[in-house]
Design a binder for this molecule. Structure first.
Ligand code: NAD
Length: 470
């Protein structure tokens, strides 16, 4: 069976994945028309804004959108039109963890995937390749296929592929330009293989052939969960060791360096920190936990659950260390929190460790000054309200101040907490910061970002992860 030539691509979901991924496809495949749709009008307006005030911050993204928008890249809220016209449809909608109901707190909420699938089935009048881009539990493609086949019109066939996205926020564009691999899962039927070849043909416009991996559908779905679980597991492993370092005088940087020198382990992703955040790691591991429990594999579920529990422990441990070091009370004290995004080079705050730390400081009745170079004030207020639903908004506003610079945040503070590894925090004039802080002035480096010895020489009392306090 000959692969279909793809001329028109639709992406349902203009978020952190759908937006950058399909913008890069448009850039690399000028012969393909790419339309990205979303139900969220404000998001689409931002993608279409005349001044390129895009809804997400990613280094290099604006440049890609500037080159393609209006040429072969379009953003719209007209989902039906997009479905009717496309040959190939990416489903890149959100798959959060269920907040209530069966499996709440663990299972993936597949409502958005199902609604998008039903809409494709209802609107399509010609055959389509439907691609799961969202991260989903193993065998979700089967549910999608059942919905599509039950609702399809005559002469209208649907081939389902899994093509999970491995980009990391903050480096999305460079990850998309030269991915470690592109994974495509399909049914091992002639039709499935032909659909797989069609999508592989799109990526082949810029990705070397040996980096395009084709596997079975279920392997592809599970590989995405497995990849995130194993990355998060590395972080939790090094964080667990950081607690031992703090208690013994070993240095986690030295330990990680020595361990990572072993080529079987490798040096990447071995940095201790206040804990991982982001919309994916925790959700995907919990998904794996839920899947394992559903398959009656409780020991497997317990194994993966521990990765998330270690992460929660690391955040709690850090908050406690701040309180302990500040003479066992932070009531009425001002703490500057530098960074609110879950990592540097993104404005995304989902599951950010900063939110947990700030909530802990608020509950100890401290005053908190926050500065982040990319996260909007509206986002910060909304995240803080969500983190403390029982605390009235006026109380939060009395305790928290959002600042326009790191220096402003540190003014009159007793302690600075580095929650995100923004490069600019490394380059702050720490001598000036010291002048403006109360004494003794404390720095808690949750990202192993600053030169602890240099700050100590200025006069700061420095606490870092994985080393005894200086
Ligand atoms: P997101 O919340 O930023 O974007 C999803 C978008 O889909 C939203 O704008 C929402 O309005 C839209 N949407 C939902 N239902 C829709 C529908 N029926 N029609 C049109 N639009 C609809 O989410 P994201 O971060 O882009 O993640 C998308 C998926 O990719 C998730 O499954 C996630 O786990 C996965 N993923 C995310 C990352 C990441 O770093 N963010 C990386 C790899 C994979």
């Amino acid at each position: 069976m000959a692969p279909l030539k793809v001329n028109k691509i639709l992406c349902i979901g203009a978020g952190y994945v759908g937006g950058p991924t399909c913008a890069v496809i448009a850039l690399k495949c000028p012969h393909i028309t790419v339309t990205i749709v979303d139900l969220n009008q404000a998001r689409i307006d931002a993608w279409n804004s005349a001044d390129f005030a895009l809804p997400i911050y990613e280094p290099g993204l604006e440049d890609v959108v500037r080159q393609c928008r209006g040429r072969n890249l379009f953003f719209s809220t007209d989902v039906d039109k997009g479905i009717r016209e496309a040959d190939l449809i990416f489903v890149s909608v959100n798959t959060p963890t269920k907040k209530s109901g069966v499996g709440a707190g663990f299972a993936a909420d597949l409502n958005y995937v199902e609604l998008a699938t039903r809409q494709i089935a209802a609107v399509a009048t010609s055959s389509k390749i439907v691609v799961e881009k969202s991260t989903v539990p193993c065998r979700t493609a089967e549910s999608m296929r059942t919905i599509l086949e039950a609702n399809s019109k005559p002469n209208c066939r649907f081939d389902i592929l899994s093509n999970p996205e491995f980009l990391a926020e903050g480096t999305a564009i460079s990850d998309l330009f030269s991915p470690d691999r592109v994974l495509i899962g399909s049914l091992q039927t002639p039709e499935g293989k032909a659909a797989c070849a069609s999508l592989a043909g799109v990526y082949a416009n810029w990705v070397p052939e040996n980096r395009i991996l084709t596997v079975g559908l279920w392997s592809s779905e599970l590989s995405k969960l497995a990849a995130n679980a194993m990355l998060a597991q590395r972080i939790s492993s090094v964080n667990a060791l950081s607690a031992i370092c703090e208690a013994t005088g070993a240095n986690i940087d030295e330990v990680a360096h020595a361990v990572g020198y072993d080529s079987r382990v490798g040096p990447k992703f071995l940095k201790a920190s206040v804990g991982f955040g982001g919309s994916c790691f925790q959700k995907d591991i919990l998904n794996l936990v839920y899947l394992s429990e559903s398959l009656h594999l409780p020991e497997v579920a317990a194994y993966w659950r521990q990765v998330v529990e270690m992460n929660e422990y690391q955040k709690r441990r850090f908050s406690k260390r701040v309180v302990d070091t500040l003479f066992n009370t932070i009531t009425g004290k001002r703490i500057a929190v530098l960074g609110f995004a879950f990592k540097a080079d993104t404005g995304d705050t989902r599951e950010s460790a900063a939110i947990t730390l700030i909530r802990d400081f608020q509950s100890e009745r401290a005053f908190v000054n926050i500065y982040d170079p990319q996260v909007s004030e509206t986002q910060i207020w909304s995240d803080l309200a969500e983190a403390s639903p029982t605390v009235p908004a006026e109380t939060i506003k009395k305790q928290v101040k959002i600042c326009g610079s790191a220096l402003e945040a540190c003014r009159d503070a007793e302690a600075v907490v580095i929650a995100t590894e923004w490069k600019e925090f490394k380059e702050i004039d720490w001598k000036e910061v010291y002048q403006h802080m109360k004494k003794p002035a404390f720095v808690f480096d949750g990202r192993l970002l600053v030169d602890a010895a240099a700050l100590t020489a200025i006069g700061f009392k420095v606490t870092t992860i994985g080393r005894p306090s200086l």
